[in-house]
Design a protein around this ligand. Structure first.
Ligand SMILES: C[S@@+](CC[C@H](N)C(=O)[O-])C[C@H]1O[C@@H](n2cnc3c(N)ncnc32)[C@H](O)[C@@H]1O
Length: 323
């Protein structure tokens, strides 16, 4: 099964499809016959889940209020796929509860807590579907981001900022770094982030377990001790759960990813500044006052040396920094 990178021009590796073998390993262990993917975007993971479902004989439902046209097309092509075009908090209150739910929609405390409540209100804790999550690592583990702020009550978005940039190790916002349309100005603290929401859910309930797999922005797994597949699931994820070497790899990956964004931002800023400086210098060269002052200065030095005009023209044509 191959992930198509067409929807990822910046090579963020943002789709959970990048961790496919972990996801399908969990689904296989739980022998899931029905899977709901909350937040499906362009259907990158959905397409791969459909390939898996062909082998396992399962059905796939995608819940997304704003699916991309690619997901619409996928639904037309594949009868095993149903797309529910509603926000998760509405959809999860009425769709059939599946064997497994993959939560990868709006990455904030309010939404993830609400999704978990919507699911858990409909069944006993020991009968919960297998729960898989994306984005339990940086940057969303401890920092909310928002797709549509109007869907979030005021008290849950108090320090929300439009056009936020974040960088690993920096709890505030930065110039450059990974860009988000809407995100919390601060990382950490109560009721902030996807992992915080999951931990609060698990802590409040007996017998629930949480695995955190530190790959591609983090994959979370929640299951109950009494689930019939608990042993097989633990076996499938034992190697990955909080693996320190993989954790280091992911930290290194996000550092380079955020750094490349920060450098691109700096280059953009410097290009703008350079263009502005060039415009000022060209205006200066065209000015008669500058021409007179330059002639006067040159005469004063006995006609020796290079004129200001020559120096500026040289700098404009061939800056010495580019050798
Ligand atoms: C990160 S993308 C999903 C990527 C996809 N799961 C994959 O791995 O390829 C998040 C998606 O969540 C959707 N979304 C945002 N808010 C949502 C909500 N409240 N309920 C369901 N989906 C939501 C967005 O429209 C977007 O398409």
């Amino acid at each position: 099964m191959e992930l198509n990178d067409e929807n990822d021009p910046g090579r963020w590796a943002h789709s959970l499809g990048n961790a496919l073998e972990i996801v399908t390993g969990c689904l296989d262990a739980a022998e899931a016959k029905s899977v709901v993917e909350v937040g499906a975007y362009a259907g990158d993971l959905t397409r791969l889940l459909l390939e898996w479902a062909e082998r396992s004989g399962s059905t796939i439902m995608a819940i997304d209020p704003e699916p991309s046209p690619r997901l619409d097309r996928l639904e037309e092509e594949r009868s095993e796929l149903t797309v529910v075009r509603e926000p998760s908090l509405e959809a999860l209150s009425h769709v059939d509860l599946p064997d497994a739910v993959i939560i990868d929609g709006d990455h904030n405390y309010y939404t993830v807590s609400g999704e978990l409540k919507a699911i858990s209100d409909r069944t006993d804790s020991s009968e919960l579907p297998l729960l898989l999550f994306h984005d339990v690592g940086w940057p969303h583990a401890r920092r909310d981001s928002f797709y549509v702020p109007d869907r979030i009550p005021g008290e849950y978005k108090q320090d929300m900022v439009e056009g936020a940039h974040v960088f690993p190790g920096e709890p505030g916002l930065t110039a450059g770094g990974l860009p988000y349309k809407w995100a919390s100005a601060n990382e950490g603290g109560p009721r902030n982030g996807v992992l915080t929401a999951i931990e609060d859910f698990v802590e409040g309930r007996e017998g629930l377990n949480l695995a955190v797999i530190p790959v591609f922005f983090g994959v979370g797994v929640v299951w109950h001790d009494d689930a019939p597949y608990a042993g097989a699931l633990v076996e499938a994820i034992r190697f990955w759960d909080r693996n320190p070497v993989i954790e280091r790899l992911e930290q290194n990956r996000i550092l380079h990813l955020a750094t490349s964004h920060q450098r691109a931002h700096q280059a953009w800023y410097l290009e703008k500044k350079l263009a502005w400086q060039e415009r000022i210098l060209r205006e200066l060269l065209d000015s008669s006052a500058f021409a007179a002052a330059d002639r006067f200065s040159h005469l004063k030095s006995g006609g020796k040396g290079i004129t200001w005009r020559d120096q500026i023209e040289e700098a404009l044509d061939d800056p010495p920094i580019i050798t």
